[in-house]
Design a protein around this ligand. Structure first.
Ligand code: ADP
Length: 397
């Protein structure tokens, strides 16, 4: 079975074609600047060189058609015809309370995704555009939706309710949802497999640390808490996002800076985090090198970031009344030994000890705690695409 995995943004489309027989990625690529001048597609067949096609793409349907051309190209293609694609799996950011798992896309499902689009106005509309484009270009290929929020639908009420008037939850569904669910699910399952245990018997804390970041508490294979909330703004300090903040700061910024509510939230989403604190960059590599070079604000930004990751890990150890493993994933979690070491330096009280030599490894999955550590520490590259492909394959098997 061959599954096309799609992640559609407002002007971009990422894809992977995966052969489920052996779970091999046959090709992957990215369309950028859809609907903008200079649109292009970068296509990488497995084992082959990356090839860039510069071609106008007015909308996502044009992009899908170009992807199909690239996949079936006589020279760089990996399939003879689009008829070989058995199903399409879409990453959809927000499923609200309607979806606790992946689903086959029907008209009712599209309606339900539209109904919660107000909760993710930047993400759900382009996801829906991608679904409509596939329907237009490949009407007979079944499609599935895999939600970023679904894994966290198991949060208990005490973790998802905000302490605000209950009517606001009832009327507007204002509650914590959590994001990066597909990643937290994948790495927690991999951690259990690497430790040779059943996920049901483990308490795992997963740290997804990229430009956006979140921590999740996974007890017995189910997410019981996570740091992102109503939107992906809550929780950790991120590349450009403030994370947790006293809500009273928002009207204060509006008043002092003369901006609207949207303007104030935009400052918190786009100009804050390590970028806002350091004034250097939103890219953690730049921040690390500036801090190493003596830039005090970059050092402060990193300290705020690391401290908050550690605080969440500590909080989730309490939430689960214990922890067996702490997992690091995404850009920083997978690549920055310095970040892993710095976060773990707060966790000695849990009996977690780091083996520096193991932590210095690059690439792939590894345990980097010492043999005697009471809590295992692991690095696991995330793979949201394979989860989307597996769920899609299962729905249409
Ligand atoms: P997202 O998917 O949220 O855009 P990624 O998971 O790709 O983000 O993570 C990107 C972040 O990871 C960037 O800020 C980048 O600087 C950081 N990163 C990648 N490699 C390293 C590294 N070796 N050391 C420190 N930071 C790194």
């Amino acid at each position: 079975m061959k599954i096309l995995v799609l992640n559609c943004g407002s002007s971009s489309l990422k894809y992977q074609l995966i052969d489920m027989d052996g779970e091999n990625v046959l090709a992957k690529g990215l369309c950028e600047r859809i609907g903008i001048e200079g649109s292009n597609l970068a296509h990488s067949p497995a084992g082959g060189a990356k090839h860039t096609v510069v071609s106008p793409m007015e909308d996502h349907s044009d992009a899908i058609r170009l992807v199909m051309d690239a996949l079936t190209d006589p020279e760089r293609g990996v399939i003879a015809s689009t008829g070989e694609i058995d199903a399409i799996g879409h990453r959809v950011v927000h499923g609200g309370e309607a979806f606790a798992g992946s689903v086959a896309i029907t008209d009712e499902v599209i309606k339900a995704i539209e109904d919660v689009s107000g909760l993710a106005p930047l993400h759900n509309p382009p996801n829906l555009t991608g679904i409509a484009a596939c329907k237009a270009v490949m009407p007979n290929v079944p499609q599935a939706a895999v939600f970023d929020t679904a894994f966290h639908q198991s949060l208990p009420e005490k973790a998802y309710l905000y302490a605000i008037p209950y009517e606001l939850y009832e009327k507007y569904k204002i509650r914590r949802y959590g994001f990066h669910g597909t990643s937290h699910r994948y790495v927690s399952e991999r951690a259990a497999a690497m430790l040779g245990k059943d996920a049901k018997d483990l308490k795992i804390i997963t740290c997804h640390l990229g430009n956006g970041g979140s921590v999740a508490a996974v007890d017995g294979g189910r997410s019981v808490d996570t740091s992102m909330g109503f939107t992906p703004l809550e929780g950790l300090a991120m590349g450009t996002r403030s994370g947790d903040i006293d809500a009273a700061v928002i009207p204060y910024i509006m008043d002092k800076e003369g901006v609207s509510a949207g303007g104030a939230v935009s400052i918190l989403n786009k100009k804050s985090g390590v970028l806002g604190l350091s004034g250097v960059s939103s890219d953690f590599r730049d921040i690390e090198s500036a801090a190493d070079g003596g830039n005090a604000r970059a050092r402060a930004a990193l300290d705020v970031f690391l401290y908050r990751v550690a605080k969440y890990v500590g909080a989730y150890a309490a939430a689960m009344n214990g922890v067996d493993a702490v997992v690091f994933t995404a850009g920083l979690g997978e690549n920055s030994a310095q970040t892993r070491k710095a976060v773990c330096s707060y966790l000695g009280f849990l009996g977690l000890t780091v083996d520096d030599e193991r932590n210095a490894q690059r690439g792939g999955e590894f345990v980097f705690s010492t043999d005697g550590s009471k809590v295992a520490a692991l690095t696991i590259p995330t793979n949201e695409e394979i989860v989307i492909a597996r769920d899609t394959a299962e729905l249409f098997a």
